[in-house]
Write a protein that binds this ligand. Structure first.
Ligand code: SF4
Ligand code: SF4
Ligand code: SF4
Length: 594
């Protein structure tokens, strides 16, 4: 049967067809839909959201040791979190079940804090990586990846990019294999990485790499397309599609198995062509290895190492190289959309926290989540954002050197706190840091579309489970003062922040309103502006709620009065709390913030 599938859906299908028994992940764009599809369409596979990528990776290692084929998925930055087990798992090799880790890279940083090229990570960890260039290959390479993993006793990386993960293509489906778990085979020398064993395993890894390099020379994952041209293009992944669009008649060396590279085969290809150009997105990964092997190629001088390539950008490079006269197609320009800056949703519970923090005037170290949007106008209340879980450690460091006289507050979401914030808080307690940590608990992993996590009370597969109690957890870590405050009660929020800032030692403030995109809306009736009372002071505009707009009606001083879009307004009440003339009222009767 043929189906139109995104790259992520095709990976999920490949997981099913390969007889995988366990899949674990932490959500992260562009990889999230892989596990969501598995949980929805292939319930025979046990699928879980783990608290972070390191744990997901370790769960996967356990399943592989237990003799089952295993999938672990994450976005590129997630692999940084999982790097510790990855590096050593490369030494031990897999159990009796093959192991694939997906790295979904995000060139152009559509939804990421950096733009790393994880082909380099595979080389660093010395594990093979496969790189599909469409949805069909995304599925097929999964099956191939498990074969390689089991044949060479190694974890395998399947590297996707946003364009592969989210574009759709026709995929031919095959019958699935029966999931199997052949059990754990004890082997301490292989799996217990004390130094004496690790030294031996490093030798094994080096020997394995030689075998993988030989395999790379013969595998059909690396293909040569002969069109009788003097021009040769070496490429892989989505770049292959962009190059083909521009130069359909060139000869191609298409790399699907990217580490180790098939250098003998590549050398033959280069020798048999007058000119060879490498087309690759982000880093000059192929180019550096091929040049280091003494071969003459051209590449990055024609193509940027910043952001995504596109058919147009590749065309520009090929034109500059003198290989084409005209670029087919045009640069993609954003359509004439209504200007819509990224803002927190109408009624978002985070808005109250940032309004309060702005009022108090402290330094705010931020983290990864929807609340990162608070760095944008009009709230502009976030002073740093580095990576998952970094807000607390950053706050500790800033406070220890007296970096900001008004004090430091770390903000972190519920999912991110569970991901990698707990250890930061432990440090704050242990090292007697005078910071306040705000855990903005919106009851879900909101930024990636609303996934479950250990505090929501449900698993990925929909089972009810025990939910983490943040107050108890923080107290258990040694925090003496843990306060819960209503995210929509601005005055209470300001008071609590001031009180906790004044208290010596670390403290935690928990906000308790769910994300408004959760199925249950916060309040049903919207707020409205009484135009008779509105004086155009703009206080409500400055909270950045997209439901509040300037109306056509002007004040005597020729300032626009405010109006609220009743369809967008969730009735959170925050704007009403900043309106001094009390011009913002609930549609029918007064509102309670409870
Ligand atoms: S998705 Fe939820 S948490 Fe994120 S900005 Fe919107 S309301 Fe706020
Ligand atoms: S805060 Fe009140 S008075 Fe000021 S513009 Fe908004 S609705 Fe009008
Ligand atoms: S009550 Fe005010 S701040 Fe809240 S969603 Fe409605 S318009 Fe926005």
């Amino acid at each position: 049967m043929k189906r139109l599938l995104s790259g992520n859906e095709a990976v999920a299908r490949g997981t099913f067809e390969a007889g995988v028994k366990l899949a674990s992940a932490y959500p992260g764009t562009p990889s999230t839909e892989i596990l969501e599809t598995i949980a929805e369409e292939y319930p025979s596979i046990y699928a879980e959201w783990s608290p972070n990528e390191k744990v997901a990776f370790e769960v996967g290692i356990g399943a592989s040791l237990g003799g089952a084929r295993t999938l672990v998925t994450m976005k590129h930055v997630g692999l940084n979190v999982a790097a510790d087990p990855l590096m050593t798992f490369a030494y031990t090799g897999v159990g009796q079940g093959g192991f694939i880790v997906i790295s979904a890279d995000d060139p152009e940083m559509h939804s990421s804090q950096n733009e790393q090229d994880n082909r380099l990570f595979a080389k660093f960890a010395q594990i093979p990586f496969l790189e599909p260039s469409d949805s069909q290959e995304a599925k097929d390479f999964m099956l191939k990846g498990y074969e390689i993993s089991e044949k060479f006793d190694t974890p395998v990386m399947l590297r996707l990019t946003t364009r592969i993960s989210h574009s759709k293509g026709i995929v031919e489906e095959s019958d699935p294999m029966e999931p199997r778990a052949v059990g754990f085979k004890r082997d301490m020398e292989k799996f217990v990485m004390i130094p004496s064993n690790a030294k031996k395993r490093h030798v094994v890894l080096t020997e394995r790499l030689k075998k993988l390099a030989e395999y790379s020379e013969t595998t059909e994952l690396n293909t040569v397309e002969e069109n009788g041209s003097e021009i040769g293009i070496i490429t892989g992944g989505i770049s292959y599609q962009y190059a083909k669009d521009n130069l359909p008649d060139a000869d191609y060396f298409k790399i699907g198995f990217g580490f180790p590279l098939p250098l003998k085969k590549i050398s033959k290809f280069i020798e048999s062509h007058k000119r060879v150009i490498i087309v690759e997105e982000l880093e000059p990964y192929y180019e550096e290895i091929i040049r280091a092997a003494g071969m003459k190629v051209e590449g990055k001088k024609y193509f940027s190492r910043l952001g995504e390539l596109s058919p147009y950008k590749v065309g520009l490079g090929l034109k500059e190289a003198g290989l084409i006269d005209e670029i087919k197609g045009a640069e993609i320009e954003a359509g004439p959309l209504f200007p819509r800056p990224p803002v927190l949703c109408p009624g978002c519970p985070h808005r109250g926290a940032f309004m309060a923090l702005k009022k108090v005037g402290v330094a705010v170290t931020g983290d990864i989540g929807c609340y990162t949007l608070a760095m944008l106008p009009p709230l502009q209340t976030l002073d740093s954002c580095i990576c998952m879980g970094a807000s607390i450690g950053t706050a500790i460091g800033m406070e220890k050197v007296g970096g900001y006289d008004k004090g430091v507050v770390a903000v972190i979401g519920d999912s991110t706190f569970l991901h990698s914030g707990i250890t930061g808080l432990l440090d704050a307690v242990y090292n007697k840091s005078n910071i306040t940590v705000m855990i903005l608990d919106n009851r879900v992993t909101a930024m990636t579309g609303g996934q479950q996590h250990p505090a929501t009370g449900y698993t990925l597969m929909g089972e009810k489970t025990r939910a983490v109690d943040f107050t108890e957890l923080c107290k258990a870590l040694g925090v003496e003062s843990v306060r819960v405050v209503d995210a929509y009660d601005l005055k209470a929020m300001i008071d609590v922040i001031k009180e906790e800032m004044a208290r010596p030692g670390p403290s935690v403030i928990l906000t308790n309103r769910p994300c408004v995109l959760m199925p249950k809306r916060i309040m049903d009736r919207p707020y409205v502006v009484d135009p008779e009372l509105c004086n155009g002071c703009t206080a409500c505009f400055r909270i950045g709620c997209p439901a509040i707009m300037p109306s056509k009606e002007m004040t005597k001083r020729n300032k626009p009065k405010a109006v609220i879009d009743p369809v967008l307004c969730t009735g959170c009440s925050l704007c009403a709390q900043v309106c001094k003339p009390e011009a913002i009222v609930l549609a029918e009767e007064p509102v309670s913030v409870k």
